[in-house]
Design a protein around this ligand. Structure first.
Ligand code: ATP
Length: 359
């Protein structure tokens, strides 16, 4: 098993890109480490499938080189890449039993029968398919069929990578929760490089050691779930990760502080060198913005969302911008005047959408 390297890989479907906007995938350098679980996360049209298809060989990139270990596979056909794939919809043989379906990729490669049986047993146990092994696939539910597809993707232990393209789309929501964490456990047990495309952040964050967040054909940040949450390097990541996303407030630097809608917010010692008057965006997650009965910025609560386990207040700063803030447990809150506390250690500063290194 080896790493996969994207060496300046980019793609323009029309060929011959004149500007950055012509790329469906803007050139990227990245190494996918052997044995790790990655998610490709981003909104519709951001280039996730294009990147996945470049790795599988369904798309030959217009720019750059793709390496499996030291081997250049950029132009190698899919069937010679030693990749397993799981798609949105089940790809199985209805007339075969579950066991035969799971065994298929191994039979195809001439693996010895005892090894096939052992591996099929192992994968079936991981996915709760053991009781169904002798059943024909035809009579099974769509959920069970997709589990078989997952099993077929995972059954070979000698692949360079397993690629998943939104594999839980057809799965019933109740089972989705279970399968999500099951896939994480399966990854730990199998130690294969896995790349998982999704536009669902919960799926991505549950599954992946590292998430590649994509927007508009670009990988805007590659990081662990905790890094994406605590240190979003780009305003897009701050807003896209988290539910609701990060508050983003426009302001300008005034000494060691920033002015936002007539309020003065401390930037802290971590940002000493920003030029006076510079336009900045301050980012703070709703978890670190709280209404308070004590000292705080004067705001006007315009709405309170009661989400059961927590309440979120929409607090207007008075100059057109507002903050989504957490209402502490037990605190009474109504629309109207209130006080807001922003944890100064959790405010990030962005210039031109990029986080200013500071903390
Ligand atoms: P989704 O989640 O909707 O599948 P995605 O993030 O996977 O989206 P891609 O399918 O990779 O995004 O699409 C990236 C861009 O490339 C989009 O603008 C899309 O319209 C364009 N695109 C995708 N496939 C082709 C194609 N075969 N020919 C031309 N343009 C394409």
């Amino acid at each position: 098993m080896a790493q996969i390297t994207l060496d300046g890989i980019g793609h323009a479907y029309g060929g011959d890109p004149k500007t950055e906007a012509d790329y469906a995938l803007k050139p990227i350098h990245h190494v996918w480490e052997a044995g790790k679980a990655y998610a490709l996360l981003g909104p519709s049209g951001c280039g996730k499938t294009t990147l996945l298809n470049i790795i599988s060989g369904l798309v030959i990139p217009s720019h750059g080189r793709l390496l499996f270990g030291d081997r250049d596979v950029t132009r190698l056909p899919t069937e010679r890449r030693n990749i397993a794939q799981v798609f949105q919809f089940p790809v199985i043989y209805d007339t075969m039993t579950v066991a035969e379906n799971l065994a298929f990729p191994l039979v195809n490669r001439g693996v010895a029968r005892p090894r096939i049986d052992a591996r099929v047993g192992e994968i079936a146990a991981m996915l709760d398919l053991t009781a169904d092994l002798k059943r024909r696939a035809r009579g099974l539910t769509a959920d069970a069929k997709q589990k078989i597809s997952l099993g077929r993707g995972l059954v070979r232990s000698d692949v360079s990578a397993v690629l998943f393209d939104e594999p839980l789309t057809v799965i019933d929501p109740a089972l989705k929760w279970e399968l999500r964490s099951k896939l994480k456990a399966v990854h730990r047990a199998l130690d294969l490089l896995m790349i998982y495309v999704t536009h669902d952040q919960v799926e991505a964050l549950t599954f992946a050691d590292k998430v590649v967040v994509m927007n508009d054909g670009r990988a805007v940040q590659i990081g662990t779930p905790a890094e994406l949450f605590e240190r979003p390097e780009h305003t897009f990541v701050g807003y896209f990760i988290g539910s609701p996303g990060m508050n983003l407030l426009r302001g300008e630097v005034a000494g060691a502080e920033a002015r936002v809608d007539g309020h003065v917010l401390p930037l802290g010692a971590a940002y000493p060198a920003l030029p006076q008057g510079m336009a900045v965006t301050l980012g703070i997650r709703p978890d670190y913005a709280t209404l308070t009965a004590g000292d705080g910025l004067p705001v006007t609560v315009t709405r309170v969302d009661d989400l059961g386990r927590k309440r979120l207040a929409h607090a207007s700063l008075g100059g057109g911008q507002s903050v989504v803030a957490t209402v502490p447990h037990g605190m009474g809150v109504e629309t109207g005047p209130a006080r807001l506390r922003l944890d100064p250690g959790k405010i990030h500063v962005y210039v031109d959408e990029r986080r200013v290194a500071g903390r």
